[in-house]
Design a protein. Sequence first.
Length: 135
Amino acid sequence: IGYIYFLRTREFRLLGRPLYKVGRTAQIPDTKIRRLQEYTKGSEVIALERCSASAVKIVEREVMRRLRAIFPPGPDGSEDFYLPDLNDILKVRDIIHDVVMSADKWIYLIARHEKIRRIKGTNASKILYDLKRTL
């Protein structure tokens, strides 16, 4: 299982800085999400979206691509974003959710296509390319 998280670290919160972090982690089912536990106690998790572990890197990359097109990055790296108001925070949450839902649909379609391809011998690369463009 993979997760995309959106949080505000304790340090940013205590300093009153409107900087938020987006990241990913893949965990074994039924374990605590260790990556989030690495953040200091007092960090605020805004959103945590579950997705396929095999797609979590692609999902994170797409989320980051969309966020970089809209929001200025923070000074601490490309995973941090300056979000001055609640509407921006909600927009990021919605973007993460939309990308995860699209990825789940994409994975389902690929699996379905692979099954069809085995049966009919179709050209997988063209269909996979078309599916990737829809994400």
